[in-house]
Design a binder for this molecule. Structure first.
Ligand code: HEM
Ligand code: NAG
Ligand code: NAG
Ligand code: NAG
Ligand code: NAG
Length: 562
């Protein structure tokens, strides 16, 4: 008996284990999981994540998913535990407006100093506590009403940007406008965060600018390993097989200490020393820093306040982590958007003319001759053509065109719609799910001729007699008809427009972004024309944040003759 059953028991055990694994990892995901009804982007997606990992590794995720959605419909499966959606109803309105939490991907991507911040925090509650601390200073009414902001803008536009533009146009030299755009947006964002006195000065200081941008941009290639396979990356590093070159850590550390310097400058402005305290109406007042600093202090107990006037080291890094994230999110995306707006306008000289005419209606206009004062932010914001140019650029060249991964919640959810490719029920918890602006913005039913930059889709016209209509082609609009243009508020287009995301995790900086981009565009096209010298590599990278592949756009500026 004994001698017969002894070899049998282990065999049975091994067989059971094999059958169990086969069921759990092959049969269930392929046949019984509610996810198995979703069309797979590749035959292997129900069995293994290798295909999607490979696609991400090769920097082909955006265009591959775009093509797969085109073939297979608005809900597709990317891996055993990975879905992509490309629709509003049953798609982004369920996931993003529905408050699905961020995937851990964000904590791998955006933790600075090893301390979480608003962007990188995945859980809903701590995130919304943090976001509420700062959302009022990022509101449009704050932005348009802030005296400090007007002084900051006056300084940046008249004493930096216009000075450079005049130099470029009078010397006729080639200009890398991607660098110039990144520099001026960095100066804007850091002045808003830290106050002018503690902000960057990259617009004037080309050497410093090139140093920073090189440091920042050179890291982009190495995102795959730490972002998609953080644990493997850690183990490999520990085993001395680094998947990311060591200097990337060094670059990160340098950027972190550069930011910390600006933070420490700002902290003096809100500090306890009456002599160094700055009035909130001054351009040197650190608007966002002060707001977060006081919110974090209010969160402390009374006892802490008495015993310790300085921030704890962790609080100091918490604020710095937040500032670094906003500085990066704020300069990079706006710089990319401006680059594409300028690229498109350089191909459309008539639109440059129209825009310039529209800018001369501002009082005062922004020109080298006018006294250094600005039109009201509200008047600038209300120019329909400028607004349409930036919106169309944000649609066709979204600075964040890539997937924004979330995680499905505890309560099973429904994806898709019966009317459009089918509904998928009982999606379980813990599945990675995302949408990408690149594809949402290319829906032909909402944005006809979606691959074309057509500013007119965001406009309508209405003449004095009350007649109104669509603007089929802005190229046909004459200068005399400019005053008939209005922004077109189309519900469907607005629902599919996703450049700033949607829901509780939507961009906090969209008003700052529009404000700075409109100011910069007004400064440029109010007095100058642009034409392309070298736009090689202008296609966007296939990445979450997508600058031009060539990391440059060379143009020439000429003083415009009106
Ligand atoms: C054209 C300019 C901009 C674009 C296209 C843009 C786009 C976006 C998008 C798509 C998101 C959602 C990301 C996701 O969930 O994966 C986002 C979030 C965010 N953006 Fe922006 N952004 C711009 C400018 C700015 C500026 C100027 C700032 C601030 C200084 C900023 C700060 C943030 C922050 C902090 C978040 C995270 C919000 C949260 O998690 O609640 N962005 N942005
Ligand atoms: C460097 O910092 C960026 C932004 O915080 C992050 O995405 C990246 O993973 C970091 N790189 C390394 C090697 O830690
Ligand atoms: C910015 O840099 C330029 C050139 O380096 C310098 O002349 C100017 O004084 C600087 N401005 C500020 C506010 O630091
Ligand atoms: C990676 O490691 C962390 C702990 O460091 C763990 O919580 C997490 O589940 C791991 N992720 C994966 C995908 O295994
Ligand atoms: C700038 O524009 C104003 C009118 O808007 C014009 O009088 C002036 O000549 C222009 N200057 C340049 C350098 O184009």
């Amino acid at each position: 008996m004994l001698s017969e059953s002894a070899p049998f028991a282990p065999t049975l055990a091994v067989l059971t284990v094999i059958l169990f694994l086969l069921y759990k990892y092959v049969v269930h995901p392929a046949l019984f999981s509610p996810l198995s009804r979703i069309p797979g982007a590749h035959w292997s997606t129900s069995l293994s994540p290798v295909w999607i990992l490979w696609t991400r590794y090769k920097s082909m995720e955006i265009r591959t998913l775009h093509q797969k959605h085109h073939q297979l419909g608005p809900v597709i499966r990317l891996g055993p535990n990975d879905i992509s959606v490309n629709c509003v109803k049953g798609g982004i309105s369920t996931v993003y407006a529905g408050g699905f939490e961020k995937h851990a991907w964000y904590s791998n991507l955006f933790n600075n100093y090893g301390v979480p911040n608003m962007f990188s925090t995945c859980q809903g509650r701590p995130h919304s506590v943090r976001k509420r601390m700062m959302s009022n200073v990022y509101s449009k009414s704050y932005m348009h009403g802030s005296k400090a902001m007007i002084e900051i803008t006056t300084e940046l536009i008249y004493r930096r940007l216009l000075v450079r533009f005049e130099e470029y146009s009078s010397t006729g030299k080639d200009v890398d406008i991607y660098k110039v755009s990144s520099a001026i947006t960095m100066d804007f964002v850091t002045a808003f965060l830290f106050g002018l006195a503690s902000s960057s000065n990259l617009t004037m200081d080309d050497e410093r600018r090139d140093w920073f941008l090189e440091l920042y941009n050179s890291r982009r290639k190495y995102n795959f390993w730490p972002h998609e396979l953080p644990n493997l990356t850690k183990i490999a590093k520990w085993a001395c097989v680094p998947l990311v070159p060591k200097w990337v850590d060094g670059a990160n550390a340098t950027i972190e200490s550069w930011t910390l310097e600006m933070c420490d400058g700002a902290s003096k402005a809100v500090g306890q020393q009456p002599s160094s305290k700055i009035a909130p109406s001054s351009p040197d007042f650190p608007i966002v820093y002060a707001q977060l600093d006081s919110a974090i202090r209010d969160g402390r107990s009374k006892q802490d306040m008495d015993s310790d006037l300085a921030l704890s080291p962790l609080q100091r890094l918490t604020i710095a982590s937040e500032m670094l994230d906003q500085l990066a999110a704020g300069f990079d995306t706006s710089g990319i958007t401006l680059t594409y707006a300028i690229h498109e306008l350089s191909h459309h000289p008539h639109l440059q003319n129209l825009l310039r005419s529209s800018l001369t209606t501002l009082t005062p206009p922004i020109t080298p001759l006018s006294t250094p004062s600005l039109p009201s932010p509200k008047a600038l914001d209300a120019l329909p053509l400028l607004h349409a140019i930036l919106y169309e650029t944000l649609r066709l060249h979204a600075a964040i065109p890539g997937a924004q991964p979330r995680i499905t919640p505890g309560k099973p959810c429904i994806l898709g719609t019966a009317a459009n490719g089918g509904e998928y029920f009982d999606i379980p918890a813990g599945v990675r799910i995302s949408a990408q602006a690149w594809s949402l913005h290319r829906n032909e039913e909402v944005f006809p001729q979606a691959e074309e930059w057509r500013v007119g889709r965001w406009l309508k016209w209405r003449d004095e007699s009350g007649r109104a209509g669509e603007v089929v082609d802005v190229e046909m609009v004459g200068v005399g008809e400019l005053r008939w243009l209005e922004v077109r508020n189309d519900v469907e287009m607005n629902r599919w427009f996703w450049a700033f995301g949607s829901g509780g995790r939507m961009c906090i900086g969209s008003n700052l972004a529009m404000y700075q981009m409109k100011s910069i565009m007004a400064c440029l096209y109010g007095n100058f024309t642009t034409r392309i010298v070298d736009d090689e590599g202008i296609e966007q990278r296939d990445a979450y944040t997508a600058p031009p592949k060539g990391e440059k756009l060379i143009i020439r500026l000429e003083a415009s003759a009106i």
